[in-house]
Design a protein around this ligand. Structure first.
Ligand SMILES: Cc1cc2nc3c(=O)[nH]c(=O)nc-3n(C[C@H](O)[C@H](O)[C@H](O)COP(=O)(O)OP(=O)(O)OC[C@H]3O[C@@H](n4cnc5c(N)ncnc54)[C@H](O)[C@@H]3O)c2cc1C
Length: 367
């Protein structure tokens, strides 16, 4: 990782929660990553939104670290990879792209179990000393979780297709004294944590203790209440407690219930349940992660893995050499599908940006 340089424009540092509220929270472009809540003791999550509970005129940290206030991907890429991506690097900068499967079968993983296997291996080899993952309660409400051992990582495997303000658990990890924090999350959360790590800010928050970012591919996420009321109850006639697993496969949004019955609907018909804050996102493949993982591009029960940074490569090679994971080449057809999803996400982002501009708001999000 290259040394820090002046990246944030001084004017951003003069902005505070008022500007965050005006520019991000009120117009509903907040992605609820939890970053402002994690790093500012005066911001709490209340009534499902970041809320200022104590005024501080001097601090602009929430505005600076939010992935939606301003974002310059090329500047962060230069810092992280030593260069910005070329026009044809559709999936961002990476060193290696493979289909991957965990060698340890675990029933609740989503695809090839690559994420869980890599995190468990990283804990085992002391590359990390804890991992932030997404757990769930009995009603599939997401819970940002500080996993302190392999069992806790394994029990949080599997995709929950609803928003989780995971960065908040980084605060807990820092407070508990962890020094090598691993994190898995969606592209917006990875963007936020790269801002925390790489912006030239005066704040000493323990940024250097975040040592591994595993990013998920993500076309969109869903709002819990909309999804459960509108789709699960309204269309499938199920309660959250009856759900065993969610899947998005071959253009279908699928729910497998506890009696193994499959309920499905065309993915495009779920658009109305998409979380509104996902609109202004252009990043499908978590381009700023150390390692990115998704399902598209690989056969069933395998994960598509992009190894991006030196830290990511060290972990990946160590896991391959130890026999924790196995790899296989991606096919041209698989990669083409992935490129298609990237293009779809960028198109949605551009449409969203245009809508904001028509309403007189210019989003400062540069891909
Ligand atoms: C909201 C969302 C949308 C996605 N959309 C796509 C897509 O369009 N195309 C695609 O190819 N892949 C998508 N994925 C990724 C895919 O569902 C799998 O997570 C990925 O393939 C890894 O599989 P695995 O078996 O290696 O992971 P596992 O070993 O099962 O581990 C999954 C990890 O993801 C974490 N996690 C689960 N839910 C969330 C969440 N809501 N937020 C943050 N972290 C979470 C878990 O804690 C766990 O550590 C999406 C994931 C999410 C969360």
């Amino acid at each position: 990782m290259a040394a820090k340089q002046n990246y944030a424009e001084p004017s951003f540092l003069e902005c505070g929660f008022g500007e965050l509220e005006y520019k991000v929270i009120t117009p509903e472009i907040c992605c609820k990553c939890g970053t402002c809540e994690a790093f500012c003791p005066r911001i709490e999550h209340k009534e499902s939104r970041p809320t200022l509970v104590e005024y501080d005129p001097l601090c602009g940290l929430c505005f600076a670290y939010c992935p939606r206030t301003f974002f310059n991907a090329a500047a962060i890429e230069s810092r992280l990879f030593g260069r910005s991506k070329y026009h044809d690097e559709t999936l961002g900068i990476f060193r290696n792209a493979m289909a991957v499967q965990s060698n340890k079968a675990s029933k609740n993983v989503q695809d090839g179990g690559a994420v869980t296997a890599l995190l468990v291996h990283a804990l085992d080899k002391s590359i990390i000393d804890c991992a932030i993952v997404t757990d769930k309660d009995g009603d599939w409400r997401t819970i940002p979780k500080l996993a302190q051992n392999a069992e806790e990582v394994i029990s949080a495997a599997g995709t929950k297709y609803t928003i989780s303000n995971n960065v908040i658990a980084v605060k807990e990890a820092l407070e508990k004294g962890y020094n090598k924090i691993g994190f898995v999350g969606t592209p917006c959360q990875i963007q936020a944590l790269r801002k925390v790590q790489l912006l030239d800010e005066p704040y000493e928050l323990g940024q250097e203790k975040i040592v591994l970012l595993i990013g998920l591919f993500c076309m969109e996420n869903f709002d819990y209440d909309e999804l459960m009321e509108g789709l699960i109850k309204g269309i499938f006639g199920l309660s959250p407690k009856e759900i065993e697993r969610f899947e998005i496969k071959k253009g279908m949004f699928r729910v497998i219930d506890k009696d193994s019955e499959v309920h499905e609907i065309k993915l495009e018909e779920t658009d109305k349940f998409t979380f509104v804050g996902c609109g202004p996102c252009f990043d499908f493949s978590s381009e700023l992660a150390d390692i990115s993982v998704g399902s598209v591009g690989s056969p069933d029960d395998w994960s598509t893995v992009l190894v991006r940074t030196e830290a990511g490569e060290k972990l990946y090679n160590s896991a391959i050499n130890a026999g924790t994971i196995k790899e296989s080449a991606l096919t041209e057809k698989g990669l083409a599908l992935t490129y298609k999803l990237v293009a779809n996400k960028i198109k949605r982002f551009e449409n969203c940006t245009k809508k904001f501009e028509e309403r007189g708001t210019k989003l400062d999000l540069q891909r």
